[in-house]
Design a protein around this ligand. Structure first.
Ligand code: CTP
Length: 419
């Protein structure tokens, strides 16, 4: 099975061998990569944007000054697993070595914090030119992976080192670069996200505040590491997440009962479950087919919803699946007094321990949401309480980083024969 969600950027610079990247793109897709092509403007003299759009099935941007409000360079650079630039010209090597960013591709490369694989392709004399030799050395010292070109016939009659290598060689370099991060291949990860809603009548509902961002980040991080991910989302998946989560199985539900049904059905096949959804604790005893009058609201009778985490814990016991790891999340509130910050930390730990035991989960991540903190933010801070007694304090970090930390913790417990 292919690791899903391995988003990469394929940069194209202006070498006659740019046409060979059409094959590379297809082979990358065959390998399960999701590819966005960023060609330089000059490279379009060799292969046009229409070819890249048709093959990648994605919008192709070349201009830094187009759609400026979307900040294309940082938007494209964010959350990609790798950038491959094939072919890379001598000119582009020089720019990267000097830190020059004067077009979209150089800006994207500069802004990205991920492995970068360069595939130089040029005439042998340009490859052996001392300026190029020095630039390649500098780039390698800075962590760029530069694949040596192949030996052979050039476009003209010349023979030498400078040919664009076989797609297979580029992909195998990319795969070995990413191998470390794809440690969850063959694992099934089930994630719930968002806030369930319980209809009172056609216009009103009981709901919980939750942007879903932690769950989306978990799904994305697990997919980036090669897992087979099933994301159960309460509500609508925002457009920005849809692109990132392409290739992940997604079930869209609305109520706690619907979420419970999908989680119950999927749990037996999952190596780890992350219950990051905010589940409404109660639902109206009966939902009204037509809008009720406001003075009747106080008479609404509520029933408690099923505790999905407890059900999941029970299920794994029934199935004897003791290796399955279950992670819960808790949002707690405290008085907003700065002087109490220290004791809040202890309160968080205590709250976490209590819920960990109540729900029978392996880990619980507790955060302080007093005053609306965390909701909707890309950042989080809290405490991870583990059922072996370990307590891990998480200082302000991104939800994606927290996701990777949780995946590290969970995967360290997978049985060797599960690996
Ligand atoms: N949860 C669940 N089913 C529910 C309620 C909560 O599976 N009906 C899960 C949440 O997804 C979360 C964890 O339980 O992972 C803790 O949620 P929280 O709302 O903090 O716990 P509650 O049990 O509802 O406790 P409280 O009384 O503090 O609201």
């Amino acid at each position: 099975m292919f690791p899903r969600g391995r988003e990469i950027i394929l940069g194209i610079s202006a070498s006659i061998s740019a046409y060979k990247s059409a094959d590379l793109l297809r082979r990358l897709q065959d390998e399960g990569f999701l590819v966005t092509v960023v060609p330089t403007k000059s490279s379009l003299n060799f292969v046009g944007a229409a070819t890249w759009e048709a093959l990648s099935k994605r919008k192709v941007r070349t201009d830094l000054w187009q759609d400026v409000s979307e900040a294309a360079h940082t938007d494209l650079a964010r959350d990609v697993s790798a950038i491959v630039v094939a072919p890379t010209t001598a000119d582009l090597l020089a720019k990267l070595a000097a830190g020059i960013c004067d077009d979209l591709l150089t800006n994207v490369i500069m802004a990205a914090d991920c492995p970068k694989v360069l595939v130089p392709s040029m005439h042998p004399q340009m490859w052996q030119n001392l300026a190029t030799v020095s630039n390649v050395k500098t780039l390698r010292e800075r962590g760029f992976i530069v694949i040596d070109p192949d030996y052979g016939r050039m476009t003209g009659a010349d023979i030498g080192i400078g040919r664009y290598p076989e797609s297979a060689k580029i992909i195998s370099t990319l795969n070995s670069t990413l191998e470390r991060s794809a440690d969850l291949i063959g694992k099934k990860i089930l994630v719930s996200a968002g806030g369930t809603i319980e209809p009172i009548d056609p216009v009103r509902f009981i709901g919980n505040r939750s942007s879903g961002k932690q769950g989306f980040a978990l799904a994305y991080a697990a997919a980036m590491r090669g897992a087979d991910v099933h994301l159960v989302v309460a509500g609508e998946l925002p457009d920005i997440e849809k692109k990132k989560l392409e290739g992940i199985t997604i079930s869209a539900i609305s109520t706690a009962a619907e979420m419970a049904a999908v989680m119950r059905a999927e749990a037996p096949f999952s190596d780890a479950i992350f219950m990051s959804a905010a589940v409404a604790d109660a639902k109206p005893a009966k939902s009204m087919g037509k809008k009720i009058k406001k003075d009747e609201l106080r008479n609404i009778e509520l029933n408690q919803n099923e505790d999905i985490l407890q059900t999941l814990n029970q299920l794994r016991r029934d199935n004897g699946n003791t290796g399955q790891q279950i992670v819960g999340f808790a949002a707690e509130t405290f008085d907003n007094d700065v002087d109490l910050a220290k004791s809040h930390q202890q309160d968080l730990i205590n709250a976490g321990r209590k819920k960990l035991n109540q729900k029978g989960v392996d880990f619980i991540y507790v955060n302080d949401v007093s005053g609306g903190k965390v909701f909707g933010s890309d950042m989080t801070a809290g405490v991870l309480v583990c059922n072996d007694g370990e307590i891990l304090e998480v200082n302000q970090t991104t939800k994606l980083q927290l996701s990777n930390l949780l995946l590290d913790k969970v995967s360290a417990r997978f049985q060797p024969n599960q690996a």
